[in-house]
Every structure is written in C-alpha cells, then in structure tokens.
Design a protein around this ligand. Structure first.
Ligand SMILES: *Cc1c(COP(=O)(O)O)cnc(C)c1O
Length: 361
C-alpha cells in the first residue's frame, strides 16, 4: 500500500545533470546551489552525493545544518551576512560570503585582526538585476578596500547575476555581460556570472565559476522557449496513488466550488495528494497527471489532501494504482505552466508531509 505522497530522489539523474554541467562548462569550477533545501530535494542528500567545488546557500542556518552534518566543502552565503553579529559564526564555521553593500564592507573593515583565518569574499556587482550588488562605478573602490581589509582573503572572486538568461532573444543578457566585462576588465581575479540558463545558453559568460541550481535537479529553465529537456533528467519524481474511483453522470460536478461539471458519464479518480503536500492549488483543469503511466486530466479544484482526475468512462484504473504528478515521465515544467508558475516554485513548495525516498537509480 503506497497511498502516501512520495518524492523519489533519483541520484543517478543528479549525477547525469552534474556531468552535463561539466561538459557544457569544461573549464569552470562548479558552485552548486543548495538553497531552499536543494530546491526541495534535501540539501544534505545532494551535498553528500555531489562532488562540487563549492556549495551556495541563502541563509546561515542552511550552511550550519550542512556543517553540523559533516559537510566540509566550501559553502558560500549567496546574500552574505545580514548583520555583523553573524560574523563570528561565519569565521568559526569557515563559510564564505558574498559582499554586495557598503554596510557589509564596513562591518568587515571594523573587525579586529584577532581572527585566526581570513574570510573568502565574493564581491557582487549589480549589472542590471537591481536587487543586490554594488554599482559598477563603485567597483574599483570596493575591490581595493576589500584587498586592504586584513580579515579578508586576498583572492576575491567577482560576480554578478543575470536577470534574463532564460530568454534566448533578450538583449539584456548581452548588455549585462558587456557591463560585467567593462567593469572588471583589468584584474587578476576569478569571475562568475552563469546560473543554469546561462550555462545552457550563454557560453561566453561561463568564466572560472558556474553556479547551477535548477538544472542540477533536472529542470530546463529554457523550457517555455524550447519545450524540451535540454538533455537533463528529472531528479524528483512526485507520486501517490488512487484512493477512490467514483462513477459520475453527465451533469454531475466535482470538488469545492463545483467548478467542474462532467459533460459525459465518466469515472473520477481521487488521488492522495493536494496543496498540503505542495501540489499547486492553481493547477488548471486539464493539467496532465499520469495514472498507471496513462495521461489523464486534472478536473475540479485541488484540495488540501486530494485531487480529482477524469479517468474516462472505460478506465479500469482501481484503488491503489500508481499516480505520477511529475518527474521521470511527466515534465514538471509542463505542470508549472498549467499552474501559471515555474518549476522552481513547485519544487520548493514540497511540504514536510511528503515522504522522501532517495534512490540510487
Ligand atoms: C539561485 C542562484 C543561482 C542558481 O540559479 P538557477 O536558475 O537555479 O540555476 C545562481 N546564482 C545565484 C546568486 C543564485 O542565488
């Protein structure tokens, strides 16, 4: 009996996607993004399995859990520290930080020389995202002040972030790359710009470090333009099973709000998964679901613990049958489009109720 919503994590797919990153960017080191619990896949599972050159997280707690579990690979806080109070822990745990603002630089300048080790810094320039990062005009000054900071490691890495790398015909990426190059023309430092979209589509900006996130997990960020997998393999398969099959008549409606009314006599399958598991409540009628490997359509509203699908009048599907919501045989990108969101959000939204099964193949 497997009525419970389960996310299988396929480690062989993770290996495959990591290899693809290495093939696409053969001369770059890899900073693998493990934020948000490795996009819902389990940060520790992924960290233990991959042999990346460094890991990236968003919050100090995410870094701490990895350290506490015995991960001693380099870890970068992608938003740096939020308060100077975090600095002692950052030194103690040997974490690396992105510096993107004056307040962070001042906090480092104010630190005493008593630290035993130096801090590795990734200096972030804002080349057009207008979220984090110093202005390009501030670059030389910031770089020099960091070099002059006794607590900071002399080898500073210079980074920026692309806003449109998943859009092939958007000139913004070319503009950002140019500004990045113009800003750090001279200088003997390592550079990093490419997220998954740029690893796949903008080889001119791979530099010394690439920063894959979603593609490691088998999601193609260019999917809406290309409708293919880009050779990636889904790492997560989300599945559950049928807990009821109910014959209904033409004219009967299904679910909360009675938003769906059957046009013919048919059989409704009830699947044990809902928004309480992270299945998107906004998935539209018609969103594909695989029952015993056959595509059927979601009908009616997504409930907390259940969804309903139209099995068709002649279906022989029965209670206990296997249902895939996304993964090996159904692209999560397709489900995301039907829910008017992105695969990133679906993956991050998997809740603690979902059982995680780590599979080596
Ligand atoms: C999350 C993140 C990435 C990875 O982005 P993907 O689109 O998932 O590849 C890269 N760089 C930074 C700074 C990030 O925060």
């Amino acid at each position: 009996m497997q009525a419970i919503a389960t996310a299988d994590i396929h480690l062989d797919a993770l290996d495959h996607n990591f290899k693809l990153v290495k093939q696409l960017a053969p001369d770059s080191k890899v900073l693998a993004l493990l934020k948000a619990n490795a996009y819902g896949h389990g940060a520790l599972t992924v960290a233990k399995h991959l042999a990346a050159d460094a890991y990236g997280v968003a919050r100090i707690d995410e870094a701490m859990s990895l350290r506490e579990a015995g991960i001693f690979t380099d870890i970068v806080l992608m938003e740096g520290f939020f308060s100077a109070l975090e600095l002692p822990l950052i030194f103690e745990q040997n974490l690396q930080v992105v510096v993107h603002s004056e307040f962070q630089l001042q906090a480092l300048e104010a630190l005493s020389l008593k630290q035993k080790s130096t801090l590795k810094v990734w200096l972030k320039i804002d080349t057009g995202m207008h979220r984090l990062g110093i202005e390009p005009e501030q670059f030389n000054e910031f770089y020099q002040r960091l070099v002059d900071c006794p607590v900071v490691d002399d080898e500073i890495i210079v980074i920026s972030h692309l806003s449109c790398s998943d859009e092939l015909d958007n000139d913004e990426t070319t503009r950002q790359i140019q500004l990045f190059e113009d800003t750090c023309q001279q200088g003997e430092f390592e550079r990093s710009l490419a997220n998954s979209g740029a690893i796949l589509a903008w080889p001119q900006c791979h530099y010394q470090w690439v920063r894959p996130g979603v593609m490691l997990y088998g999601v193609n960020p260019l999917y809406s333009a290309r409708k293919d997998s880009a050779g990636l393999q889904p790492v997560m398969t989300l599945h559950s099973s049928l807990i009821a099959v109910k014959p209904i008549r033409a004219g009967d409606s299904v679910g909360y709000g009675a938003t769906y009314t059957a046009e013919r006599d048919t059989r409704i399958g009830v699947v044990a998964i809902g928004y309480g598991d992270g299945y998107p409540r906004h998935a539209k009628a018609g969103t594909p679901v695989l029952v015993n490997g056959q595509r059927v359509s979601l009908v009616g509203r997504v409930s907390m613990d259940m969804i309903t699908v139209d099995l068709g009048p002649d279906s022989s599907a029965k209670v206990g049958d296997y249902v895939e919501l996304w993964g090996k045989h159904l692209a999560i990108e397709e489900v995301a489009e039907q829910a008017e969101t992105i695969a990133y959000e679906l993956l991050c939204n998997i809740t603690a109720r979902v059982k995680i099964d780590v599979l080596s193949n």
